[in-house]
Design a protein around this ligand. Structure first.
Ligand SMILES: [Zn+2]
Length: 363
């Protein structure tokens, strides 16, 4: 996230001997934190700003740093071994090269922080929180977003065939959802109907305490229903959504299992065996001197899982020929690797699939 990393003082660039920004701080510049360089909605670097503030080579280095789509704490990484494993030998080498890492300090300036805090405090499963967070950061594969990423060419909502399907439309505004919202006066509120974005709607539900947990579960069910309808699968009827969400709310109060790579059949929900299994193969090549094979392979695996989500696959196996990456995914461990945030992100995104596994092949 970069909200605890100081842009000018901390060692945050992935350049081994010059991890601190060399470009001079422009007069009157009040950007302090690395998160100020990131567009929180699109999860991209603010390229105009980078070009304005930094020397060309530094702007290029930053633009090449992959960003993750999930909220993650800033961590220190150990760049002197490709798997992030610290060894005395690499430590000695590092000390010889002499640059000490500074301890980052937490920030309290992020405008969205109150909403994130309320959201992560919801008593719902992580899967539901993740969905709400993705909706609020406009990172769900809605038709508008798929058009934006040039995956499809038509952004018209499949349900009403009247409007473009952005997040707010898919989850709240679509006229076809009216019968659902009109069942519940608290969510049929004028202020909620007047919200311009899904984030505004969520903000209102929290601020006026309109059963945010149940609302989140309804949203989760609506998104699932929308995906099932798109895939031609059985979907919950609209008038059963609230009832179903209430049942899930009661379940969430019981201790919940964390998402697992090996999910049992019972945890998958209805008709898991009908979903076809997709095996995703990928391979990576790099010409950059600085990037290690595992870094590039992790980046490609990350893109592969994003793509699987975007096209609506539900039951997948990632097939990998990079043993360290396979082991990291299997053990759910990332240590202090430079690409650790991407591995965490892959594991995080894996919770969106009914079934997710990784396999290793030697090529
Ligand atoms: Zn619609």
């Amino acid at each position: 996230m970069g909200n605890s990393i100081r842009m000018w003082e901390d060692n945050w660039l992935p350049v081994k001997n010059k991890p601190r920004v060399l470009s001079p701080k422009p007069d009157g510049n009040d950007t302090i934190w690395v998160c100020d360089l990131i567009d929180p909605m699109n999860r991209t670097w603010k390229e105009d700003m980078l070009d304005r503030i930094f020397y060309d080579f530094e702007a290029t280095t930053i633009k090449n740093m992959p960003l993750c789509s999930s909220i993650q704490e800033d961590v220190l990484f150990w760049p002197f071994n490709p798997d992030g494993e610290y060894s005395v030998k690499s430590g000695f080498r590092f000390l010889q090269e002499a640059n000490t890492l500074q301890q980052p300090r937490p920030s309290d300036t992020e405008a969205m922080k109150p909403l994130w805090e309320k959201m992560w405090g919801l008593e719902v499963t992580n899967k539901v929180k993740n969905l709400i967070w993705r909706a609020c950061t406009n990172s769900l594969p809605t038709k508008v977003n798929l058009v934006h990423r040039k995956i499809i060419s038509d952004s018209l909502c499949d349900l009403c065939k009247l409007h473009q399907e952005d997040t707010h439309h898919a989850l709240y505004c679509c006229p076809m959802l009216k019968p659902l919202w009109s069942q519940t006066p608290i969510w049929n509120h004028e202020a909620l109907k007047g919200s311009r974005t899904f984030t505004d709607a969520m903000d209102f539900v929290f601020a006026s305490n309109k059963e945010p947990e149940l609302f989140s579960l309804v949203i989760w069910n609506l998104w699932n229903r929308r995906n099932n309808l798109r895939l031609g699968k059985a979907a919950l009827p609209l008038d059963k959504i609230i009832e179903h969400a209430r049942v899930r709310q009661l379940e969430a109060l019981a201790p919940s299992a964390t998402p697992s790579l090996h999910r049992s059949q019972q945890q998958m929900g209805w008709s898991p065996l009908e979903a076809p299994l997709y095996k995703i193969n990928y391979d990576a090549a790099t010409f950059a001197e600085d990037a290690t094979v595992i870094e590039v392979q992790t980046l490609v695996a990350h893109r592969a899982i994003e793509l699987a989500l975007e096209i609506g696959l539900d039951n997948i196996v990632l097939e990998d020929d990079n043993e360290p990456l396979f082991k990291a995914l299997k053990s759910r461990g990332t240590r202090l690797a430079q690409h650790g945030h991407l591995i965490k992100d892959i594991l995080f995104l894996s919770s969106y699939f009914s079934a997710f596994n990784v396999s290793f092949v030697r090529r």
